[in-house]
Design a protein around this ligand. Sequence first.
Ligand SMILES: *Cc1c(COP(=O)(O)O)cnc(C)c1O
Length: 409
Amino acid sequence: MKLATQLIHAAQPSEPGTGAIVAPIYQTSTFEQQAPGINAGYDYSRTNNPTRERLDGVLAALEGVEHAAVYASGLAAENAILQALLRPGDKVIVPPDVYGGTHRLLKNVYEPRSHVIRTVDYSDLTTLARTVSSATRIVWVETPTNPRLLIYDIEAICEIAHRHGALVVVDNTFASPVLQHPFEHGADVVLHSVTKYLAGHSDVILGAVLAKDEAVFEPIKTLQNTCGAVPSPFDCWLALRGIKTLELRVKRHTENAFAIAHALKGHEAVARVYYPGLPDHPNHDIARRQMEGFGGIVSLELEGTVDDVREFVSSRRLFKLGESLGGVKSLICHPATMTHAAIPAKTRAELGLTDTLVRLSPGIEDAGDLIEDLLEGLRSVRPKDREACLAGHRPITRKEGSAPARSAR
Ligand SMILES: *Cc1c(COP(=O)(O)O)cnc(C)c1O
């Protein structure tokens, strides 16, 4: 079965008994038993629930493996992986521009518990090859990266990690199962923030872990019941509904991102367009090889002052200012003061995460309308006098950026 058919049929039979084409929401906490310990496969919804089990089955089919478990958020899924797989002293390797919440989880929760967290730039795999050792338990990959949309070579990373017996975990949120299949490139574990493209309508927070081997999956799945970070049946049902149109949506998101990248490249108020589909993107060749499309996110380095950029992101008609991505309605974000505010200014500068960088998550609206909305805003972004700007430049502070107390979402 091809993906478009799987999205409708895989693990989604009509409901036995009633014939309902769409399975009901089993909004129940517990299940009646015939005799103590004798039941129809369900006893308590933290342990298992038919609606959640359906979502597990659909996600496993889409990523082409047997094992899936859904969690109350993408971060709960990440935590389950780390908690289940790490032994004291184990080393985790992450790239520098990993999702802000992943960075915070590793630094604030795992590093203080004597796990060694090493940051390595995967653009240069010789450094990775030198850093991986028998003490490495997990090599964590996220590709495309956020917000610069670098593409890392999953197969080459797996080859290095597996030589030392390390597991490779791939955060496949940005690509979704439509555009990238990490297991086919050797990944051991795949995770999703289902909140984003999979659910796709900006109406739920959900996460998922998928694994190839039973031995890797079993301890992760056990933690779902033991620690209890389970999603509600209703949220699972919303995700099941959203997933039916995943391919249609991701294709449209990608077309829109592609159109925007081409329309804005070379615009006098745009210093740089980050999009893996542009031939001059540094990882364009890996993206062509590894992905089935270049994805739905575009980032822009704008000319003009920080104030111009703040005005630009705050006053768009169609791109709503907000964190998150992958929903049907277009979103715009200012990483320096929003998603990446928790990263120290110095590190942000090293990563090229400037105060004039903007991330776009185009929705499924008409591409022409979206481009018009952006062009209209760019009219008031004045290409800056480079000299004056460099002389007067200082990084934006938290206060100016009015960053929220809990940043790095
Ligand atoms: C949003 C996101 C997460 C975290 O998922 P939540 O559902 O918000 O907990 C993890 N990784 C990536 C790449 C994300 O975009």
